[in-house]
Design a binder for this molecule. Structure first.
Ligand code: CA
Length: 222
């Protein structure tokens, strides 16, 4: 479920996009001015930003530069009434990934959103070594987790357990498989260590993140 920020001051358009994204399984949020947009982008973990260049508070291109200047790498699709080629070039050079002009068709926006998110996933796995699910991020380099904007320290086994789930979203793992992958040696099959560690992860990363599949084991909630 991707979190998408819609930066748009015309509420009619913002709500139109919001509804469409919701209907397609995304979790959208609206910001109605430039400062709110900046605050929300930096304070949360959105997967994508749809950015109107004409927002109150600040010029859209300066806002874009500020977002990139803070090292924020989320995909950005500019959606604007400005159809001047110079604006388009400036937007793309300023760090936007895509540029659409109004009036627009929602279907086209949706295609572009999906494309950007797909590219993003591939890039993340390849380069950033980051795994994401819901509002939880696992950084495979630092071996730390992040929930929202909070850094969470995980013990070695906790991290390995989380990594197993995050690398195989939707797959059910039995206790035996998890013991084998995470603990890596023969453990007393009667041991409840897996359940204990699942409990730790739920406490640290969110109670709904890993679900129990009755009689089978555990899996990452889809
Ligand atoms: Ca506007």
């Amino acid at each position: 479920m991707s979190h998408i920020l819609i930066a748009e001051d015309e509420s009619r358009i913002a709500v139109f996009i919001e509804k469409g994204l919701k209907a397609n399984g995304f979790t959208p949020c609206i910001a109605a001015d430039a400062n709110e947009t900046l605050r929300m982008v930096l304070g949360n973990h959105f997967d994508l930003l749809i950015l109107d260049l004409g927002l109150p508070g600040k010029d859209g291109l300066s806002l874009l530069q500020e977002i990139r200047g803070q090292g924020e790498e989320l995909p950005i699709i500019i959606l604007t009434a400005r159809d001047d080629i110079n604006d388009k070039v400036a937007g793309l050079e300023g760090g936007a990934d895509d540029y659409m002009t109004k009036p627009f068709r929602f279907e086209e926006l949706l295609v572009r959103v999906r494309l950007r998110l797909r590219n993003r996933q591939v890039t993340q796995v390849k380069e950033d070594r980051i795994l994401k699910a819901h509002n939880v991020v696992l950084d495979l380099r630092t071996r730390k987790a992040r929930v929202g904007d909070q850094i969470i320290d995980l013990a070695t086994r906790e991290f390995a357990l989380a990594e197993t789930f995050f690398s195989h979203p939707g797959q059910v793992f039995s206790r035996e498989q998890l013991l084998d992958r995470v603990w890596g040696y023969d453990y007393d099959p009667g041991s409840n260590i897996v359940d204990v560690y699942i409990g730790y992860l739920r406490k640290k990363l969110g109670s709904n993140l890993i679900e129990t599949v009755r009689g089978m084991g555990y899996r990452l909630r889809q």
